[in-house]
Design a protein around this ligand. Structure first.
Ligand code: SF4
Length: 341
């Protein structure tokens, strides 16, 4: 028997094509999208504004698949939550919910594992299994919809720009009023920085926020932490970043994971401030979160504060991110589904 088409992850143009093949009017694609993404329906019989014959046709050839929640853990430190999901093929991914002031942010994955092997990251240690489909990316948000997330960050497992087409299709659904209705300013894509892909993203007609995982003030240190830097050194990365900022008229975020005795000195701060000079940006300092079996440590509180105070006002906006979910291995760079559930 032919496998049923999973409608989760299809967007208006795909749904229109499907309806056309079924001999139906294409305007019904909007209703179908609204049932799948806005109302979160998984059952065609609930779609009462579609004709009975269309619902029957859809039931015979299509399904609306969902990812399966396996485990949820809550941090005792800050109440952030980590969720482990199983995909149709048995692979597992994680998503995290974090609360700060009036924001509820969901951090979603875009790949199973990651091919980039950053030295400080638990996901990088897992290796790469496969890209997530648009439906699997969107479904992490749908599955946690009851928590009413206000912001979405693509900062979970994987590098979103290495799964570009699926990520963009998922973001169209997340962004659209027929989908999950997150305004572009509430969506942040976090990347190690793949220059040609950043430019491609800049050329889209809609805009989202961009965060670059920088983590070092020069090529020598960055290449030690992030092997991708050997392929795309800082000058090519920053050229693409400037292109994005100019084209989108947006301020970017540089994420800088502070690692003890590696990138936390006054000289590092000075070099960093010179590196980003002239780029409209915010620097987000993230004290390193320990990962079992990795040799890095978090700097002392004094060192972290001194780094921040040296950097500001040399850089106009510097924030120090409070780590979330460190005790449940849900903090930045800690996601790894090889942890037993
Ligand atoms: S930090 Fe991001 S890009 Fe680097 S290995 Fe981890 S998940 Fe991949």
């Amino acid at each position: 028997m032919k496998e049923k088409i999973n409608l989760k992850g299809l967007w208006i143009d795909d749904l229109e094509k499907l309806l056309e093949e079924l001999g139906e009017r294409t305007y019904k694609a909007n209703q179908l999208a609204s049932w799948i993404y806005d109302k979160g329906s998984t059952n065609f019989s609930q779609m009462t504004d579609l004709s009975k014959s269309l619902r029957e046709k859809l039931s015979s050839i299509a399904c609306i698949d969902t990812i399966r929640l396996i485990k949820a853990q809550t941090s005792e430190l800050d109440f952030s939550k980590k969720f482990l999901f199983e995909l149709r093929d048995g692979e597992r991914i994680e998503a995290v919910l974090m609360w700060e002031d009036d924001r509820t942010t969901i951090c979603v994955s875009t790949q199973v594992g990651c091919p980039l092997g950053c030295a400080f990251c638990a996901t990088g240690k897992m290796g790469f299994k496969r890209n997530l489909t648009p439906g699997e990316i969107v479904d992490q948000i749908l599955a946690l919809k009851d928590h009413r997330p206000t912001h979405v960050v693509l900062m979970g497992m994987g590098e979103p720009l290495l799964n570009y087409e699926n990520t963009i299709k998922a973001l169209k659904i997340v962004n659209s009023e027929l989908g999950l209705s997150f305004a572009g300013k509430r969506i942040t894509l976090s990347t190690v920085g793949i220059p040609n892909m950043i430019k491609k993203l800049a050329d889209l007609t809609w805009r989202i926020r961009l965060a670059i995982s920088l983590n070092a003030p020069n090529d020598q240190k960055r290449s030690q932490l992030m092997p991708i830097n050997k392929k795309y050194p800082l000058n090519t990365l920053l050229e693409a970043v400037k292109y994005y900022a100019k084209k989108k008229k947006l301020r970017l975020t540089f994420e800088y994971v502070l690692i003890k005795d590696f990138n936390d000195s006054e000289e590092d701060a000075l070099e960093l401030s010179k590196l980003v000079r002239g780029i409209p940006c915010k620097i987000n300092l993230i004290p390193y979160n320990s990962v079992p079996d990795l040799p890095f440590e978090k700097p002392s509180e004094e060192k972290i504060t001194a780094f921040r105070d040296y950097l500001y006002p040399r850089c106009p906006t510097v924030t120090l991110r409070k780590s979330k979910g460190e005790d449940i291995q849900a903090a930045c760079g800690q996601l790894c589904t090889s942890i037993k559930s």
